[in-house]
Ligand binder design. Structure first.
Ligand SMILES: *[C@@H]1O[C@H](CO)[C@@H](O)[C@H](O)[C@H]1NC(C)=O
Ligand SMILES: *[C@@H]1O[C@H](CO)[C@@H](O)[C@H](O)[C@H]1NC(C)=O
Length: 220
């Protein structure tokens, strides 16, 4: 009888200690609600399913001795880079004309349209562009402009005309700039009316390149 009472007492004490322990762990679990927590009144339902999973994963990671919050890889961003050229001369033309290209070095992201000569920004951000042209004419100057949405941003020209010399030494010009573009802005080269731009398969002296330096939204 005495022995039974002792056992009951021991069990009672164990039960109290156990429930205290449970309360302590529950209480200490509450401030760990660092992630998104539900508004519910019941303490146990305050953690969302996802945050509970995250906590379990964190505990398991610590148990295995690995960093529960390792550095995340850089999120994927838009990859935009193109480089195109002409393999033939162009001009003189009766009016300003968007320069068409027939040779593609690269067009990562596919934002440059070879048919129209238009680069269309797939994402808002800061872009780099460079372009070049050559003159091999005694009568016509070379003039190329870089345009954005109908507005000229920069140009290159070669105008040392010498009608006495039918084979003047070639003149070369290039320019480059960094532009902020919004998504769907268009950038293209324009050859001026009555101008020429000389190019060959070998030299590809007329060319246009551009790439995204960084997007406005780093997660875009
Ligand atoms: C510019 O000239 C080309 C011919 O080289 C012609 O097809 C085009 O319609 C002209 N554009 C304008 C706006 O006059
Ligand atoms: C332009 O480049 C060509 C080669 O493509 C060269 O022969 C010529 O001398 C250059 N012109 C000048 C003014 O440097």
């Amino acid at each position: 009888m005495e022995f039974l009472r002792l056992r009951l007492a021991v069990l009672g004490v164990l039960a109290i200690v156990g429930s205290l322990g449970l309360r302590v762990t529950r209480a200490s679990a509450a401030p760990k609600c660092r992630w998104v927590c539900d508004e519910g009144s019941n303490r146990d339902s305050r953690l969302t399913y996802d945050s509970r999973m995250e906590m379990n994963e964190g505990r398991q990671a610590r148990r295995l001795g690995v960093d529960p919050y390792p550095p995340q890889p850089t999120p994927p961003t838009h990859r935009v880079a193109f480089s195109v050229a002409r393999t033939t001369p162009i001009g003189p033309l009766p009016n300003d004309t968007i320069l068409p290209f027939d040779f593609m070095f690269s067009n990562a992201g596919g934002a440059f349209d070879m048919e129209t000569g238009l680069f269309t920004a797939p994402v808002s951000g800061t872009y780099f562009f460079s372009f070049r042209g050559q003159k091999r004419s005694a009568q016509y100057l070379m003039y190329l402009g870089l345009w954005k949405n109908g507005e000229e941003m920069a140009g290159v020209y070669e105008d040392n005309l010498d009608p006495q010399n039918p084979n003047p030494s070639p003149g070369n010009a290039s320019n480059n700039l960094i532009l902020h573009l919004f998504e769907r802005d268009q950038v293209y080269l324009m050859i001026s009316d009555n101008a020429i731009a000389f190019s060959t398969v070998f030299g590809k002296y007329v060319g246009f390149s551009g790439f995204l330096l960084f997007p406005d939204n780093p997660y875009a």
